[in-house]
Design a protein around this ligand. Sequence first.
Ligand SMILES: NC(=O)c1ccc[n+]([C@@H]2O[C@H](COP(=O)([O-])OP(=O)(O)OC[C@H]3O[C@@H](n4cnc5c(N)ncnc54)[C@H](O)[C@@H]3O)[C@@H](O)[C@H]2O)c1
Length: 311
Amino acid sequence: MNRILVTGGAGFIGSSMAEKLAADKNNYVVIIDDLTTGSINKIPQSAHKNVRFIKCDVNDWMDVSGIMYSQPFDYVFHYAAVVGVTRTLENPVKVLNDLSGIRHLLYLAKNSGVKRVYFSSSSEVYGESFHFPQHEETTPLNSRLPYAIVKNASESYLKAFQQEYGLEYTIFRFFNTYGPRQSKDFVVSKFLAKALKNEPIELYGGGSQTRTFCYIDDNVDACLNAFKQNLYINDVVNIGGEDEVPIIDLAKLIIKITKSKSEILNLPPLPEGDMTRRKPDLTRMKKLLSRNHLSLEEGLRKILDNTKFIL
Ligand SMILES: NC(=O)c1ccc[n+]([C@@H]2O[C@H](COP(=O)([O-])OP(=O)(O)OC[C@H]3O[C@@H](n4cnc5c(N)ncnc54)[C@H](O)[C@@H]3O)[C@@H](O)[C@H]2O)c1
């Protein structure tokens, strides 16, 4: 039996991973989350009765150490973080506090026999890149904003604990991921919600910024295969979508497939934090995902068919 801790498991990606882990009766999954952006409704039900939820703040040593010292874990998936462009720009001190969370987990992991820590980093570590596609080894990390700096420093913590204590890690650098359970802080779910209500869709700086969009199943299945097949140990993998899409085209596609009457409203560019371009090198991810990525249009249609997409 694998005992697995999932932090941030009441959130979008963490709950999706916890659900797939719990589908295997050989895994026992403990979810911890402080429910700041997560929701109790996202915590998966499992037929195997192998999921437990504990409300906990990973940045609070007393809270998290009690859990990790009272029960041993084999693996930790660390998804808890302050997320969302606006929230992270408006709360830089809170964002920087997430460095406590990774430090707590790593000290507790190395002292309690955890075999490996899986960490959700972000494409933001690349900052405003001038090298495309963004490659795990060769693209410089140009992180400058607190959220990106925390992800970058967390990656360094993982590497340092590996070097000094032999604690294994895998770093997933997530690019924009979307799916039915995502909160409305993120571009795809925000635009979909606006389109379904025929409200204006707001674009910053004309919407020429590009992103790739990864459907949640592609994200989770690739990460799950890294876990199941013991791949990319002490290594980094970009996890993202294939097609580079200008945000204005995303808005137009969403208006088209929802048959919405929403207008596109152009706002001035954000003062910072809205990178011009993102495109991952997916060579490593493709070795994990033994199928083609879902196209953006197919993914959007799946969300619209899914009753879990709540307005
Ligand atoms: N969604 C994306 O496109 C994307 C892109 C890059 C990186 N990421 C990373 O993936 C991870 C998951 O993001 P998500 O999109 O699922 O967001 P989310 O907000 O749905 O999930 C984050 C979860 O962490 C919880 N949390 C936050 N701070 C906590 C704390 N101190 N203690 C315990 N729980 C805490 C929240 O309540 C929430 O449930 C995050 O680390 C995020 O930085 C996501």
